[in-house]
Write a protein that binds this ligand. Structure first.
Ligand code: BGP
Length: 478
């Protein structure tokens, strides 16, 4: 069926993060960052969620796939040409903070790092692709983690400000769309990723995470203000890890529980970054959980004055909640937990697949905030098979994306102001939570494997040609 509801000028593209594609972890003056000390394979998820992460590299026990990733650092021209061939008019990428400030706390930026991103932006513009840049995507400089304790420390607000000033001044003629912190609300589950520290203990996790988040709220608000001053036509967004939260059944106790869980997870950060204040329900939540945030004078004003221009979100799964739940009911594979939803199938990694949930998410966000929305991550992590003839027949990925794009189309018809879509991992990359190459998201296959083998050669998958047609018809032919 061909139907055309996506607005003219809709942004179609793909998304990656520096640490998951660049590699070259010690080239061009780059310092180490968090991703450089995260081991590959199944150990990663366990270490991510346990308190007391050890930030030293243990090369006898683990491999560190982000060190090489897919070598985008040297192959960006070839990769951008492939994105252009698919018809991208936007590419979401991040800047590795430790390429610009290797330790994070220097006075002067690293010139080689700045020049690298100039080359990338120029290459994108050459192909008519608009960059959408995440300023911080799970790659806090390691020095800031080890010396300062990551975002628990107020000093990071100033270091971050210096970093964004440099970015805005340097790239003001090349980058218009910016996102401050990737999946900012994910910190409640995984403080290590976004905040750069692992909780001291399970008991202190919430207190430490919300303190770190407060620092990021202030840092993000300052960045929005600076961005508007330095680049008057910039559009600066927040980025939420959004998972619509369903009640397991119509028992009002479960409905209330789902409402509570959903707004703390999905809305609290958005309410602060979009509306410019801590919401009323956060007071009770903080009180009941013994969370006491240390604020400086002026913080609340800064937050109020630095609200974002648009909302971006990642969408992979919904979440189903029940007040009293037994071990057996838990949806253990679902990254965000909850109970198993009997209506949903799951990916090979146990993430529940729910396209209608994306329509719900977009409607919930638009009803609440009435700001333009962009889906900046969505996709299926799956095992791909390279056929004897060199092709990759990833019909399962096409099916997944098609259903999600259809759900976006419904949302647009519902009246949601949706401005763009960047499919996650448009080229195969290192998975963030599992540290694997085998969990592939791409339209482009990269010959690289978890045992370290592979030529890094790029190949177009079946989905490459499918997405090309989606973009060519502005979403009419799915
Ligand atoms: C998001 C992150 C990405 C990305 C994606 C897929 O949470 O912002 O960096 O990796 O999830 O997750 P994974 O790589 O764990 O499959």
């Amino acid at each position: 069926m061909s139907r055309n509801s996506f607005p003219e000028g809709f942004l179609w593209g793909g998304a990656t993060a520096a640490n998951q594609v660049e590699g070259a972890y010690q080239e061009g003056g780059k310092g180490l960052n968090l991703a450089d000390v995260l081991p590959g394979g199944q150990a990663r998820l366990r270490l991510l969620t346990e308190p007391g992460f050890d930030f030293e590299m243990d090369r006898d026990t683990y491999r560190y796939p982000n060190h090489e990733a897919i070598d985008f650092y040297h192959r960006y021209k070839e990769d951008i040409a492939l994105f252009a061939e698919m018809g991208f008019n936007v590419y979401r990428m991040s800047i590795a903070w430790s390429r610009i400030f290797p330790n994070g706390d220097e006075e002067e930026p690293n010139k080689e790092g700045l020049a690298f991103y100039d080359r990338v932006f120029d290459e994108l513009h050459k192909h008519g692709i608009e960059p959408l840049v995440t300023i911080s995507h799970y790659e806090t400089p390691l020095h800031l983690i080890k010396e300062y304790g990551g975002w628990k420390n107020r000093k990071l607000v100033d270091f971050f400000e210096r970093y964004v000033m440099v970015l805005f001044n340097r790239y003001k003629n090349k980058v218009k769309y910016w996102l401050t912190f990737n999946e900012i609300n994910g910190a409640v589950h995984f403080p290590l990723f976004g905040l750069g520290f692992s909780a001291t203990s399970e008991e202190t996790r919430l207190q430490e995470s919300f303190q770190g988040l407060h620092h990021q709220f202030v840092a993000s608000a300052r960045a929005v203000q600076l961005g508007h001053d330095i680049i008057p036509d910039s559009r600066i967004g927040c980025m939420l890890l959004y998972a619509p939260t369903y009640a397991y059944d119509s028992n009002p106790e479960n409905v209330m529980h789902a409402l509570d869980e959903g707004r703390i997870f999905n809305f609290l950060c958005g309410d602060v970054q979009i509306r410019g204040e801590y919401p009323g329900y956060s007071r009770r939540y903080f009180e009941e959980n013994g969370i006491d945030i240390d604020m400086e004078e002026g913080d609340l004003e800064t937050i109020a004055e630095g609200t974002v221009d648009f909302i971006s979100l990642s969408y992979y799964m919904s979440k189903t909640e029940k007040k009293e739940k037994s071990e057996e009911e838990l949806s253990s594979g679902n990254l965000l937990q909850g109970v198993k939803n009997p209506f949903l199938a799951a990916s090979d990694w146990g993430w529940e697949i729910d396209p209608t949930g994306l329509r719900i998410a977009l409607n919930e966000l638009y009803d609440r905030y009435q700001l333009p929305l962009m889906v900046v991550e969505n996709g299926l992590g799956a095992y791909d098979k390279l056929e004897d003839d060199g092709s990759i027949q990833d019909d399962y990925r096409i099916e997944y994306l098609k259903n999600h794009i259809q759900a976006m189309r419904e949302a647009v018809e519902d009246g949601v102001d949706l401005i763009g879509y960047t499919a996650w991992g448009c080229i195969d990359l290192v998975s963030a939570s599992s540290g694997q190459y085998a969990k592939r998201y791409g339209f482009i296959y990269v010959d690289k494997h978890d045992d370290g083998s592979g030529t890094l050669e790029r190949r177009r998958k079946k989905s490459f040609y499918w997405y090309q047609e989606v973009i060519r018809t502005n979403g009419a032919n799915l």
